[in-house]
Design a protein around this ligand. Structure first.
Ligand code: G3P
Ligand code: CA
Length: 267
């Protein structure tokens, strides 16, 4: 009986700190991944985009208004799109004051700076290629920088790296260019379409508002691109009740701004 009980006990979902521990520090900054580390979370989710001069930077919105002081520093550069600024210009921006005065002077990190920090913290990376439709070649350059920083060696690829996107074509490109890398598709494909997604992705990562226990079961019935169970990581769950509910659906992971709250409800 005890063996059966042990077998039946659900495994706690993996907790991913969304944009870093972004409820407690400015999103997509080194402060946010450090905060996740300080809280004891190794998996961090962050977003990557191209600057005007082709440097990868870690930022969520496709413009810089919400999370930096770009309107003050460059008042004549509306609509302040990430793709219209050089890396040197973006490096001048304050990406922390909007969140709280104690974060004044926090910068938008380049992907390289960011990887150095999460390597130092011994963290693991769920990296989102953001808005790939406006950034031709972003998959190749992301893989190049990851490789240069040692993130495509066997150890990292096996245990510490997932690349995901809302763009199915982008996920396919990553899978084609580096078939060893674990991939995730952001969205909720119809159940009938899941087998075709499973040819290029290892994870289906849907909004928590779009899933049910039956949907999770349908995903789990399939094997992903690496011939292991297709997994489900859902987002963005920031309260205990919703975390407990989706854990009950059997999700493999929960992506959250409040990793401590989610672990408290599911761990
Ligand atoms: O990782 C899931 C989540 O990050 C997707 O939405 O808009 O926060 O990038 P968004
Ligand atoms: Ca994201």
């Amino acid at each position: 009986v005890s063996a059966r009980t042990a077998e039946a006990k659900p495994v706690a979902p993996v907790v991913f700190a969304h944009r870093g521990a972004s409820a407690y520090a400015p999103e997509n900054t080194l402060a946010a991944v450090d905060k996740a580390d300080a809280l004891g979370f190794d998996w961090v989710e962050n977003d990557v985009q191209f600057t005007k001069d082709g440097v990868l930077v870690v930022v969520h919105d496709t413009d810089l208004k919400r999370t930096t002081d770009v309107e003050e520093v460059f008042p004549d550069r509306a609509p302040w799109a990430v793709k219209d600024f050089t890396a040197a210009e973006i490096a001048r921006l304050d990406a922390g004051s909007w969140f709280g005065p104690q974060f004044a002077g926090t910068r938008v990190p380049t992907l390289k700076q960011y990887l150095d920090r999460i390597e130092r913290n011994h963290q693991k990376l769920l990296l989102e290629i953001k808005s790939p439709e406006i950034y031709p070649g972003i998959e190749k350059e992301t893989l190049r920088v990851l490789s240069q920083q040692g993130w495509l060696d066997r150890k990292h690829v096996k245990n510490r790296l997932v690349i995901q996107s809302f763009g199915a074509d982008s996920v396919k490109k990553v899978h084609q260019q580096r078939p060893d890398v674990t991939t995730g598709f952001l969205g909720t494909p119809a159940v009938a379409d899941l087998p075709s997604y499973a040819t290029f992705t290892d994870q289906i990562n849907p909004s928590y508002t779009s899933i049910s226990a039956d949907y999770v079961k349908a995903v789990h019935a399939l094997k992903g691109a690496h011939d292991k169970k297709l997994r489900v990581n859902t987002w963005t769950v920031n309260d205990a009740a919703t975390a407990a509910k989706v854990a009950g659906f059997g999700v493999d992971g929960i992506i959250t701004n409040t990793p401590d709250v989610v672990r408290g409800a599911t761990g």
